[in-house]
Structures are given as structure tokens and as C-alpha cells.
Write a protein that binds this ligand. Sequence first.
Ligand code: MEV
Length: 433
Amino acid sequence: MSAKNSRLPGFYKTSIPERRSALCEAVDIPLEELTDALSGGGIDPDAADKIVENVIGTYALPFGVALNFQINQADYIVPMVVEEPSVIAAATNAAKMIRAGGGFKATIDASIMASQIQVYDVKNIAIAQERIIAAKRVLLDHAAQSVAQLVSLGGGPRDLEVRVLAPDMIVVHVFTDCLDAMGANMVNTIAEAIGDEVASLAEGKLGLRILSNLCDRRLVRATCRVPADAVAAKNTSGEQTIDGIVNASRFAELDPYRAATHNKGIMNGVDPVVIATGNDWRAVEAAAHAFAARSGQYSPLAVWRKHKSPEGPVLEGFLEMPMSLGIIGGTLRVHPTARLALRLLNVDSAADLTMVAACAGLASNLAALRALATEGIQRGHMSLHARSVALNAGAQGPEVEQVAEKLANEKNTTLERAKEVLVEIRGRNGSEG
Ligand code: MEV
């Protein structure tokens, strides 16, 4: 499943109603369904009141789509909910470059989440470990009984391990395949269901029973290959751009201060997809950063290398990160816009959704590094800002680009100047016509 085609040239130049129609055509959704799901930010205050506490209203964010995504040979239109300008345009542009090299390749592990059961004041750690491992089958059976529905669908507890944290403290991890769910509720249920039994086997006191957000058995990987021609920037050759991006990657690999910003650029792509689809972005953030620090040095979640192929230099990107997303339960039950986001993506598994989010992360990272390694990011921001000022000044159709380009070149994006430029352009266009 995917979109018929995620290449919609000139999409950004069209009006909101035109974009909606084009999307409905690309993903086979009735226009009315799309419009309804997008009206009023998705949920009304009464629905919101049932989701969280002390509700006084709702808070809307822009909902856009990133285009050009091709992942494992299938096209995806990627829904993104985000407040930061340039993020969607950057992901769209980078996905186009990556498409030129054959698109993204992505792989993913099973949806394994760990329940943590902490036991402290343990008298004899070795005996505790031995008894828990000996009772593994029984414990996993009891765990399975607490999530019978998941088991009936083919998921459920798969394995268990004991970790020694201190001479008097152990933690038992129960690993559960959560299939298409994010899994937090089920994994917490398991921890609570077998906690007492674990503590009594260990002859210790029962401590916390909760999932771990460091879901490092639920990794997603995305890779891409971008030919030099596709990555070339204004005034910078393809090979120079590749060298600049590889140098930026090395900087992040050597320096945690840079790695934090590099990873922020990745999360610029990931989080908007996570939010659009009604998933828990705090969980995704927690996992990403804990994983990034796993070696003891905070490191980049994606790295870039230059490959010399017979056809010329190629830029290769590799991303690996943990991610726990669901396509059932949670916010999706109550949020029509989150459901619409999944409809736009046309994914039918949490695995596919997660691969899309990871590819959006890799695309965002590429866009940021390419800009930073060449002209810097401010010019791109200026162009986008100039375009919205041009629209505000009344520019229409091709005028928008003409006005925006002039404003960006002049580094003057005031509304007054936009209006003057528009008058000049109309005069010129009129005299030419
Ligand atoms: C801005 O939102 C993200 C960047 O700072 C990422 C990066 O520096 O790689 C541009």
C-alpha cells in the first residue's frame, strides 16, 4: 500500500483547495472525507475533554504533506504536523534528490517493547537470577494471559532476561511483540501482572513496573544513495556538496554538541509524522536520544559517506534509530485528523508507518546538512518567508515566485517592498503582454 504517485510538481504553488483535490486524486480519498477531517483542527472541545484533564479548548498546528517520497519502491505522501517553516519544503526537496538515486531503502525489526520489573533488597543475586530464568516459561505464560487479545492476534511476550544493576538490585525485562500498537499499555499491563511473582522468586522487594522507552529491539533503518548531480547546490558542484555533507557528518560523529543539533534536524522530519499520526512523540524523542548516547558519547542517528561509483561520486546516508509507533489505539480512536494522516499515507502496518517516519528523518537531515555545507540555512528560510510575504502582498500564480525571488535577492522581505515589487512586475508583465 502507498500512494499512486508522490510526485506532484508545482503543488506548493497551488491554493489549499487545489492541493486537497490533488491529494484526493493521488491517494483515492473522497474530498468530503478529507475536508471534514481537516476542519477545526480535528477534534472539538468535547472530544478533547475526554482525552486529557482540565480541558479549556484545543490547539491547532499546520498540517502539510511532504512529497516525492519513494521507499522500498513504493510512493508515499507524508503527512507532517509542524510549526517550523521550511521543514516540509526541506523534506520534500531532499526526498526528490533521494528519488533520483532510486529512493529510500528501509528495514525494521519486530515491534518488540520491554517491560521493566525492578526488584530491590535482593538477598542473593545469583540465586534470584537462577530462579527467574528457571521459571521463564511460566512467567511468559502468565504475562501472555494478561494480554490475551494481543496473543490472539499473533503478538505477545517472546522472551525475558534478568539484568543485575547492583549487588542488591535486579531488573527483569519481558520482551513483547506489540504488532501494530505502540504498546505502552500492554507492556505496562504485563509488568504489573507478573511483578509480584518475579519479586517473590527473587526474594526481594517489588519496585517499579513500567515499560522502557529505550526500545532498542525495535530499530528502524533507512538508507539512501544520492548521485552527485542530484545533490549539487547553487554555486557548488555535486562532488563539493557531497564532501561538505560528509564533513558535516564527521563533525557530528566527533562532537556531541554538534550531534545534538544534527539529531534535532533528523527529529524535524520524524516528529511531524509522529504527531500527524496521533503517536506519542515524547516516547520517540526519549528513545532516540537514549539510543544516540548508548556508546557513552552522544552520537548522530544518521551518518553520511561518499562512495566512488563508476558513474561518479555518490552520497550515501544511513540512519538507525529505535521507534515505537502504532496505527491502532491511543489518539487514533478519537482524532479524525490523525486517522486522515494514516489514510493519506495508506499504510496498513505500524512497521510501514515507522519506516516512513525514519525516511522523513533522513531526508530532513540531508536537507539541513546540504544547506549548511553550501549556502547556509538562512537563505532557504528567507526564500520561503519571501514567498509568504509575496502572497500577503496579493501576488498570484507565477507572480508569487517572481516577487519572492526579488525580495530574497534584495534581502528585504517587508510587506511594503513586496507591494512595490508586485506593482513593478505587473507593469512589466503588462507592457510585455
Ligand atoms: C533547524 O531546525 C535544524 C538544523 O539546525 C539541523 C542541523 O543543524 O543539522 C538546521
